[in-house]
Design a protein around this ligand. Structure first.
Ligand SMILES: [Zn+2]
Length: 331
């Protein structure tokens, strides 16, 4: 094995190194740096990119990575791991999906705003584009990539691997195989939805020849031990599948492979009461939630428009017209 060099940080074979790499400077001259954890194995193998918190309130992903990678011994690792546990530090400081202070200062200059959607980025662009370009430079030096998310605050997902668009050839097929091995129990293999759009991190990584998917789990703004354990199990499965680390795969009891998301939105404003459990297999017409106005009248009974799996729920207790109340995965 050779020395692993990533964005100015290096790790000798058989070592685990923490470092950082600057990508922008704030008005007072303070540098903003991406934290890095490099694990360089003692023997040859693939290079895996692992990233979390490109949205700043998605803290479960950060913990999933530190819990999983605590299990990785560089002495027995085949290949290497490039981990960026916080892919958007400014958003993490804001404890928000986006870097709110930057956005408040200048909404126009901050558009496009969401770094996750502007890959491969632009090193002459705005903050989101600069960040995407910096991350993309590291991702494309790797052989595989997994980008960990939670929904933003007020939403909760089953643990679900969401693949990029199926048109992306051989690397996309390999991404599906990795999602199967990852074993979260829910896979979205679709050609529609925002998640398969051009510009999304995993779509552009896969297009560039690095098989990748988005992993959603848990809830924004909450750190939950069971969620972290579950995510760490899956990350370790991917590393075992690639024969990077020893040990048996730990597959889920059952896997749902879904072909489409079906979003259900509030037609009325009010208080939201969920009536189905996240992960339930539901049938057309089944009651998922109720919306009550502030006087207690039921103003909307949210029912399943089709048979499916209840993959994303709303945990906020109020909704306005047009807000998401539930998402089904269609089998
Ligand atoms: Zn996210």
């Amino acid at each position: 094995m050779k020395v692993l060099e990533v964005a100015g940080v290096s790790a000798a074979p058989g070592t685990k190194v923490r470092g950082s790499t600057q990508y922008v400077e704030l008005a007072d001259g303070s540098p903003v740096s991406l934290p890095l954890l490099l694990i360089n194995g003692a023997s040859d193998g693939p290079r895996m990119y692992l990233g979390a918190a490109i949205h700043g309130d998605e803290v479960d992903g950060v913990a999933i990575l530190f819990r999983a990678l605590a299990e990785v011994d560089p002495a027995t690792l085949a290949g290497s791991i490039v981990c960026v546990p916080v892919q958007h530090p400014l958003a993490l400081y804001a404890d928000h999906r986006i870097p709110v202070s930057q956005y408040m200062k200048s909404p126009l200059d901050q558009a496009p705003l969401d770094a996750w959607t502007v890959f491969p980025g632009n090193d002459k662009g705005n903050l989101a584009q600069l960040l995407a370009a910096k991350l993309f430079g590291m991702i494309t030096e790797c052989d595989y990539a997994i980008d960990i998310h939670t929904p933003t605050r007020g939403g909760r997902y089953v643990p679900i691997a969401i693949l990029p668009h199926p048109d992306l050839g051989e690397p996309r097929k390999r991404a599906r195989e990795m999602a199967d091995a990852f074993g979260s129990g829910w896979i979205m293999d679709t050609d529609t939805s925002f998640y398969v759009s051009d510009g999304i991190l995993c779509a552009e990584a896969t297009r560039a020849g690095v098989p990748a998917f988005t992993f959603e789990i848990g809830e924004g703004g909450r750190l939950e031990d069971a969620v972290v354990d579950e995510g760490a199990r899956c990350v370790l499965n991917a590393l075992r599948w690639l024969k990077m680390i020893p040990g048996p795969m730990r597959p889920p009891e059952k896997t749902y492979v879904m072909r489409e998301f079906l979003e259900i939105r509030a037609e009325k404003g009010g208080l939201l009461l969920n009536r189905a459990e996240l992960g339930d297999v539901v049938t057309k017409g089944q009651v998922l939630a109720q919306v009550f106005n502030i006087y207690g009248d039921e103003v909307q009974t949210v029912t399943a428009p089709a048979d499916g799996v209840f993959v994303r729920t709303t945990t906020l207790s109020t909704v306005s017209t047009g807000e998401r109340v539930a998402t089904l995965g269609l089998l």
